[in-house]
Write a protein that binds this ligand. Structure first.
Ligand code: GDP
Ligand code: MG
Length: 436
């Protein structure tokens, strides 16, 4: 899709000359590109019409940069078509009950796990996954595997064929066991049928979910829209989850669903792994479709990967006793980014004690940077070479006292000892926290 739109917009982007004829040509191309991506015919037509209207309204033809303005109008219109703003899920209720609906194979079970993991990482959420796909024993098993992987309890009742009962019991179980989010994974069929609709509707009535999500495979194109309509007629769901938006993406479903059922897309699934979940951003999706590249997402992902690589490097250094002042400085900057040291210490099991007499407060950071910057590269990577005369030089260079240099040396020593000590079980956790 993006290639085609790119081509369609190309003539407008570069060349300054623009007239009514090539605006019309461009819009025709845009419409064809949308249709190719399985966008509903009516919606594609509506879309190009309203782009045209806006283009005329904003007097595209007389502006200095008509191409760019046109691209902006198309992008804004696409964003609007996909819902405009990002919409979150309702986490009210105690417990919050989230119901998954959708066809078999759409990705309900996988997404249930992803969402559980996503909420669990928000710390305040204690999640219970509920297996209501009672027809295939393998389905419950699949959910249990997912639960184990992410460390979330799975509620299931072997032998019970009544999903309404199971979900009601699960909510009781959640209340009794301090869970504040219940995610109910249900059975789907390969196509819309009455039995499935009755069943999901019965569960829906019995548990009155705070959030009912319709999960749909984005590769199914136009069918996705029909399925969405069928489920929405019965459930009046709150939001849509678009799965399998990884790899060869077709934007068609995203473009059409919102306008047909008038429900926001809330999440996207971008892979089989448990962390392949993203909040849906209409404007980013519009960028992607227009081939401008999903820059914001890319930057975020790159940042994540960078941090992970850094943490791994650091772990190796600690293991090999190569942890130096440059790393120390780096870590301090990470910690500063994360807020107060006290909170941090509180989060490390067992480390509170080790750090208690290490006097690192926010003010202490100020001089540290100056001191480390006055060290030579050799001194930074091999602190043991720092003798009395070097200390004197460093103090002078950084505008501090030998006493302060000594204090930093002591802090550094304790920190590296602690990190070494935590290389076992706690180390990983520490690294995770350092990453923020
Ligand atoms: P359910 O029948 O609705 O519960 O669907 P499942 O969760 O079992 O998913 C069906 C298949 O799609 C599985 O093989 C999943 O691994 C795969 N799947 C689910 N979500 C995604 C996704 O976002 N990307 C990709 N590539 N595969 C997915
Ligand atoms: Mg399933």
């Amino acid at each position: 899709l993006s290639e085609k739109l790119d081509k369609a917009l190309h003539s407008l982007k570069g060349h300054g000359k623009i007239n009514e004829v090539n605006v019309a040509e461009t819009l025709k191309e845009v419409r064809r590109a949308l249709l190719d991506a399985d966008v509903n015919f009516k919606i594609a037509k509506q879309f190009t019409n309203s782009v045209k209207e806006k283009a005329i309204g904003q007097d595209v033809l007389t502006t200095l940069n008509p191409g760019q303005l046109m691209v902006k109008i198309v992008k804004d219109e696409l964003t609007e078509l996909m819902g405009g703003d990002t919409v979150g899920i309702n986490l009210g209720g105690s417990p919050t009950v989230i119901l998954m609906s959708g066809l078999q194979g759409s990705g309900k079970t996988t997404f249930s796990g992803k969402l559980a993991n996503y909420l669990k990482n928000k710390k305040t959420k204690q999640v219970l996954l509920v297996g209501c796909d009672v027809y295939r024993p393998a389905a419950i098993n699949q959910l249990q595997v997912v639960g184990e992987q992410i460390g979330v309890e799975v509620y299931a009742e072997v032998g019970n064929q009544n999903p309404v009962e199971i979900s009601q019991n699960a909510i009781k179980h959640a209340k009794a066991n301090g869970k504040n989010v219940v995610i109910i994974d249900t059975a789907g069929r390969l196509a819309v049928d009455e039995e499935m609709m009755t069943e999901i509707s019965n569960i829906h009535k019995a548990v009155t979910p705070n959030e009912t999500l319709f999960v749909v495979d984005s590769m199914t194109g136009q069918d996705a829209v029909n399925t969405a309509k069928a489920f929405n007629d019965v459930l009046n769901f709150d939001g849509v989850v678009l799965t399998k938006l990884d790899g060869d993406t077709r934007g068609g479903a995203a473009l059409s669903i919102k306008s047909v059922v008038d429900k926001p897309i809330k999440f996207i699934g971008t892979g089989e792994k448990m962390d392949a979940i993203d909040v849906f951003h209409p404007n980013r999706m519009a960028d992607r479709i227009l081939g401008m590249g999903d820059v914001v997402s890319l930057v975020e992902r790159a940042q994540e990967q960078y941090d992970e690589a850094e943490a791994r490097k650091l772990q190796k250094k600690i293991a090999k006793n190569q942890f130096g002042f440059d790393d120390f400085l780096n870590q301090i900057q990470q910690i500063k980014k994360m807020g107060s040291m006290k909170d941090l210490v509180g989060m490390i099991p067992g480390a509170g004690k080790a750090l208690k007499d290490v006097d690192i407060d926010d003010d202490a950071f100020k001089g540290i940077e100056a001191i480390i910057r006055s060290m030579t590269p050799e001194e930074r990577s091999k602190p043991s070479v720092i003798n009395a005369s070097r200390k004197k030089r460093i103090a002078k260079g950084s505008g501090t006292s030998v006493q302060e240099v000594n204090q930093l040396m002591k802090q550094f020593d304790q920190m590296s000892k602690m990190m070494k000590m935590m290389q076992g079980g706690g180390g990983k956790r520490m690294m995770q926290m350092m990453r923020g």
